[in-house]
Design a protein around this ligand. Structure first.
Ligand code: RB5
Length: 144
């Protein structure tokens, strides 16, 4: 699967762990930066760049990492066709794919550790949308 990933300084460390794990799993991972935890950068710019890759079809799914995951999700959900979910538990990671057809996962490097971030990313990437009645609701989301 083609995955695009980006982070600000608050999410840099978990981004690196996720890239390694998903690459080891055989996925194609495109890293849009940032390249350091030591230089403060603005998360909306990274969210916008990542969402463009999803909108253009260059990537199937995206993962955005910041301090909490919240700022990234706010920025991503302003982009057309993007359904971004900020979460920190396994059940939500699975259900947001199955029911919401989320195409962007948002994680917080100051909320969860790298091991949890990898686990949640693997669940997100490995779970399919169920369709059916959920498709109608996703269509309604797009109409909002
Ligand atoms: C950066 O300090 C921090 O505000 C950012 O990473 C994120 O948590 C915003 O939601």
């Amino acid at each position: 699967m083609k995955i695009v990933i980006a982070a600000d300084h608050g999410g840099y460390d978990i981004k690196q762990a996720i890239i390694k794990a998903l690459t080891d799993d055989g996925h194609e991972v495109c890293d849009l930066g940032t390249d350091s935890a030591d230089v403060s950068v603005d998360y909306p710019a990274y969210a916008k760049a990542l969402c463009k890759k999803i909108q253009s079809g260059d990537a199937n799914l995206g993962i955005l990492c910041c301090g909490t995951g919240i700022g990234m999700s706010m920025a991503a959900n302003k982009q057309r066709g993007i359904r971004a979910a900020a979460l920190s538990d396994e059940f939500s990671a699975e259900m947001t794919r199955r029911h919401n057809n989320a195409n962007v996962l948002c994680l917080g490097g100051r909320v969860i550790d790298a091991e949890k971030a990898v686990k949640l990313s693997r669940i997100f990437v490995g779970t399919d949308f169920e369709g059916g009645r959920h498709q109608r609701r996703v269509d309604m989301l797009e109409d909002l």
